[in-house]
Write a protein that binds this ligand. Sequence first.
Ligand code: PGA
Ligand code: ZN
Length: 417
Amino acid sequence: MSSIIEDLIARKVFNNRGEETIEVDVITTSGFGRASAPAGKSRGKAEVVYYPQGGVDAAIKKVDELIAPELAGLNADFQEEIDNSLHEIDGSTNFKNIGGNTAFSISLANAEAAANSHGLLLFQFLGGNAATSLPYPLGNCISGGLHARGKSPDFQEYLALPHGAESFLEAASANTLIHKKIGDALKKKSESFNGGKSDEGAWIANIDTVRAFDVIAKACEEVGNEMDFECGFGIDAACSSMWKEKEEKYVYENEGVKRDSGEQLEFLLDLIEKYHLTYVEDPFHEEDFESFAELTRKSKNCLICGDDLFTTNTERLNNGIKINAGNAIIIKVNQIGTLSDAVETIETAQRHGYDPVVSHRSGDTCDWHIAHICVAYKCPIIKTGVVEGARIAKVNELIRIEHFLGNRAKMAHLKIR
Ligand code: PGA
Ligand code: ZN
C-alpha cells in the first residue's frame, strides 16, 4: 500500500447552475481521489479568490504545468504538507495566483486519495474510530434575497433544523416532509406561485419576509407532531447583501422598510422570541462584530452563526471569539482554500464553544466530501439543502455513512437541543 502521489489530472466540469468549475483527480500508487469545487453567489468579501486570471482554463494549466510536477512524489497521507505546498506554490495570502477553488479541489482530492490508498472511507481516515457522530441537517426550504429572482422574502434562506431526531435518516426525512408541506402551503397562499425553486432547491414565492416565518413554523410543527420529535427552524439573513454602507441601513426591499443597526437588533430579537428561532446566520453585515456579540448576549437558545463574518478564516474567528460575537460558524472549505485551513478553523471554533456548521455553496456539484468532513470532525450541523441533486448527493452520503456505522452511529451533540 502506498500513498505516494503519482499524478494530478484537472478538468473543467459544471456546477448545478451550469457554471464552469474545476475538478481534480489525485492518483497515488495504490489509490485515487476526485473532488470538484463549488461556487457562492452571496460571497463574503474576505473569501479567497476562486480562480487565477483566465478562469478555470488558466487554473487547469497551472495544475498541469506547475502544481502536478511539484506534488508528484509527495505522500498524500500528509495533508498539511500538501496544503502547505499549495500555499507555497501560490505565494499570495488569498490564493489569487493558483485560485482558491484549484487549491480546494486538489486538497480534498488528496485527502480522498490518501483514504482510498489505505482502503478506508474518508471520514474514517480523517477521524479514526471515534468518528461516529452524524450531523443534523439544516435544510433550506424558502429562498429569498440574492438567491431568488423577482419579488421574494428579503432574508436569503428559511431553514428547517429537526434537532429532536434520533438518527440522520429520520432528520433528513423530516426535512423532506417540511419542504413538501411548505410547497403545498405556498400554493394556497400565493396565486403567482408556480412551484419555482432556487439553485438550492428551496421554494421561491412572492410572500413577505415576516409571513414566511408563519409558513415554515406551521410545517415544522405539523411534521414535529407527526414524527414525534422537535423540528426547529431558523434563517440565513445574509445581511451583507442588505446593508447599504452609505445610508448605514439594512434595506428590506420586499417589505419597503429600512432599519439601522439598533432597529435591526430589536427586529431580530423579536423574531427569535416570537418564532423560537433556533438558528440565525449573518444577522448583520460582515464587518459588524459588535452587533453579533450583542445579539449573542441578548438571545437565548439560538445559534447565532457567522458566515460572511468569519469566511472560515481562523484570524477572523479569533476576532469574534475575543468579544463573543456569535456562537456558531459556517465552514465552507472553498472560502479559505484547503482542508488543513478549514480544520484549523473547526478546531479553534470547538475549543471556544462555537458550533461548526459545515456548508455547501448555492452553486455546487454532486461532490459529497462535506458529508465526511462533518463526521470526521464531529461537526453538529450540515447545511446542504433538502432537495436538488447537488444537495441530495451530500444527504445520501450521510445516510450511507450512518448505515455503514450501524449501531455505532449516534447524533452529534448540539447546544440547542
Ligand atoms: P452562497 O451563499 O451563495 O455564497 O453559497 C450561501 C450562504 O450565504 O450561506
Ligand atoms: Zn450564509
